[in-house]
Write a protein that binds this ligand. Structure first.
Ligand code: NAP
Length: 280
């Protein structure tokens, strides 16, 4: 990758979020720049909603690779970019902005990041899939599963949002009581229930799932959620969202730089930022 078009400068990338201080992305991308042998800086910036247009315009400057977007900007940024990838357009959310010669492309690496994490966790392609939630993360999950031929059932606290999601992206919106749980081989929590609260769960009680099922919780703080704890207690495999977080960052870094930095670099950088308890 040639050097940045700014005198004495290094490559720059940003996270735009509000709040931004809690983010684990700076440590992941600092490790990635080092592993790739590139001079680069990644800065988390608190950007209020009304300041997003100006912040996005700054990404067109020479030497800027792009940005990650997080709450509350993933959906509102859609209208501020020059182009959208098919995934970002279908999901309706951008988590990665890619700068190329003054033009800005909106991409969504949450969807392929989830698939990579599911593959690593050994999720089987057979059986039924259920996605809990109907926000941007759930839309990315339903899109991702559909891209490999798995239609998901979607269960959400507000059923109308699940119905709207499945109208857009396919799958079936159901109440929890309607799901044939004994046939479910993959349960993805894409709701924010359990985020920051080890006692909260999106699904109580946890129903019996198919033999060999995997529970994938996108939440990673705490690193073992109540949903995961209850799944493991019932002998069901369960993973937190750190794998997805690492893979979405890996894919964003590749889109910006063309450098294929392996996932363990991102995961090891994360291990410094969260307390990972020993696995049972
Ligand atoms: P969002 O757009 O705000 O959607 C939140 C969803 O959670 C909504 O469907 C909401 O239901 C549901 N929800 C919130 N509180 C709930 C509760 N107490 N019980 C049941 N459902 C509840 O958020 P998002 O951007 O989709 O993110 C969702 C989660 O995924 C967050 O925890 C986020 O950190 C995580 N995430 C992780 C990764 C990763 O890389 N691991 C990437 C993206 C997102 P209603 O529709 O009824 O409000």
């Amino acid at each position: 990758m040639s050097s940045p078009g700014v005198p004495g400068g290094s490559w720059r990338a940003f996270l735009y979020a509000d709040p931004a201080a809690h983010s684990l992305s700076p440590q992941m991308h600092a490790a990635a720049f080092a592993a790739a042998g590139l001079a680069g800086q990644y800065e988390a910036r608190r950007v209020a909603p009304q300041d997003l247009p100006a912040a996005i315009a700054e990404l067109r400057a020479p030497g800027v690779l792009g940005a990650n977007l997080s709450l509350p900007h993933k959906e509102t940024a859609l209208l501020l970019l020059d182009d959208l990838s098919p995934a970002a357009r279908a999901i309706g959310a951008v988590n990665t902005v890619i700068h190329r010669s003054g033009r800005l492309l909106g991409e969504n690496t949450d969807a392929p990041g989830l698939l990579a994490a599911l593959d690593e966790a050994g999720a089987s392609a057979g059986g039924l899939s259920v996605v809990l939630g109907a926000g941007g993360a759930a839309r990315a999950a339903v899109y991702a599963l559909r891209s490999r031929g798995q239609a998901a059932m979607v269960v959400n606290r507000t059923p109308e949002r699940a119905a709207a999601l499945t109208r857009d992206l396919g799958g079936q919106a159901l109440n929890a009581a309607e799901v044939p749980w004994a046939q479910v081989g993959l349960l993805v929590n894409a709701s924010s229930a359990g985020l920051g609260d080890p006692h909260a769960s999106p699904l109580t009680p946890l129903p019996a799932l198919a033999p060999g099922a995997l529970v994938y919780d996108m939440v990673y703080k705490p690193t073992e959620t109540r949903l995961m704890r209850e799944a493991r207690a019932a002998g069901v495999r369960a993973e937190n969202g750190l794998g997805m977080l690492a893979h979405q960052a890996r894919l964003a870094f590749f889109a910006w730089t063309g450098a294929e930095v392996p996932a363990p670099v991102f995961l090891e950088a994360l291990a410094g930022g969260v307390q990972v308890p020993p696995r049972p």
